[in-house]
Design a protein around this ligand. Structure first.
Ligand SMILES: O=C(O)CCC(=O)C(=O)O
Length: 349
């Protein structure tokens, strides 16, 4: 029987086909070229041990963070304070959620990206020409009490487990923001103080096995529009980052999280820190789950280069704008490799 072309979610379509439908096939010049991807060994992407961040090692850890944010915009952290059982629990919940019957998952469906909770597919169905091999559940999660009532109730422990994880990730982010502020030579509270009421979003990304992974992406190359992202991935490779013009695989290391600098941090740092292109590729055999937490300013927050990082040598690279303005442009532009940041540059910079 031919698969129903109208299935709203990819997982239900993918399980019944042995080819990639045309709507997912990238033009030849924009394919993942999987054979050319390099594999990083564990030591070549910075791995920062946060043990002792509040002890005598603080200065050394802050120096490592400075180097990682300047050179890579991307690093891994261990001893981050989120218990292993909590990480396992949220991964299990995400897996259980995506294994629910279609009718149960569809209770959460919404293709409107401006909604604070919704299960959707690809990236933005309203603006994109080619679809991505991904389903995802989007959740706003700070302040928790404003959003939790919108979240799925199946699996039954979803709200409890996810809520606890979100709270712990927020605590971690606040510590990292202090460390990053210091690493830029700013007051410890500088970044946190300039984010309005703060915002925290999460995605649970589900990439089903793909019969022809060389033709499509889970997510094509993009930078994150927010301030900082904390990514949890399962043990299936798929994340790649652009380094010196080449895509390199960031293969999972148990008990580590990935931190990546987003566009707002690049602006606040006046281009000292880099928001880097990364992407997710898929594979023939195994489903993959990743759970990024996107920490962001609240919509009304005014974002601009920190005055302490502007001087004759490095005048302000960006004009000031509200995060709402930025976010709106990002979603309308679609996921393309040109970064939305260019639209906010001061012309002479
Ligand atoms: O799945 C991944 O590893 C990357 C996810 C990602 O980049 C995103 O959700 O923006």
């Amino acid at each position: 029987m031919a698969p129903a072309a109208t299935k709203p979610l990819l997982a239900d379509l993918a399980s019944s086909i042995s080819y990639v439908p045309n709507s997912y096939i990238r033009p030849e010049a924009d394919r993942p070229n999987l054979t050319e991807v390099q594999t990083l060994d564990a030591s070549s992407i910075p791995l920062v041990d946060l043990q002792g961040l509040f002890g005598p090692n603080r200065n050394d850890i802050i120096r490592q963070i400075n180097q990682a944010c300047r050179q890579d915009g991307f690093f891994q952290i261990k001893n981050h304070g989120i218990p292993e059982e909590m990480v396992q629990a949220i991964m299990n919940i995400a897996r259980e959620f995506f294994q629910l019957p279609e009718s149960e998952r569809l209770k959460n469906y919404s293709d409107d990206p401006s909604k604070s909770t919704g299960l959707s597919t690809s990236f933005n169905l309203k603006t994109e020409k080619v679809s991505n091999w991904r389903d995802f559940l989007r959740l706003h999660c700070y302040p928790l009490e404003e959003y939790m009532h919108e979240w799925p109730t199946n699996p039954p422990s979803f709200r409890k487990e996810v809520g606890e994880y979100c709270t712990r990730v927020r605590e971690l982010v606040l510590k990292l923001l202090e460390a990053i502020s210091e690493s830029l030579g700013l007051e410890r509270e500088y970044i946190s103080r300039n984010l309005g009421r703060h915002g925290q979003h999460m995605a649970m990304n589900y990439y089903p096995p793909c019969p022809q992974p060389e033709l499509t992406y889970g997510l094509p190359g993009h930078t994150d529009p927010n301030l900082i992202t904390i990514l949890l991935q399962d043990d299936v490779p798929g994340l790649q980052v652009l380094r010196d013009g080449k895509w390199v695989a960031v293969n999972p290391i148990p008990n580590t999280l990935i931190v990546n600098i987003g566009d707002q941090m690049q602006v606040i740092s006046n281009d000292k820190y880099k928001s880097v292109l990364h992407r997710a590729v898929v594979n023939c055999n195994t489903e993959r789950i990743s759970i990024p937490t996107f920490y962001c300013p609240s919509p009304e927050a005014l974002i601009q280069p920190a005055p302490g990082l502007i001087d004759h040598e490095q005048p302000a690279v960006y004009r000031s704008f509200t995060y709402e303005e930025y976010y709106h442009k990002f979603w309308n532009k679609g996921l393309r490799t040109e970064c939305c940041l260019d639209m906010f540059k001061i012309p002479s910079a």
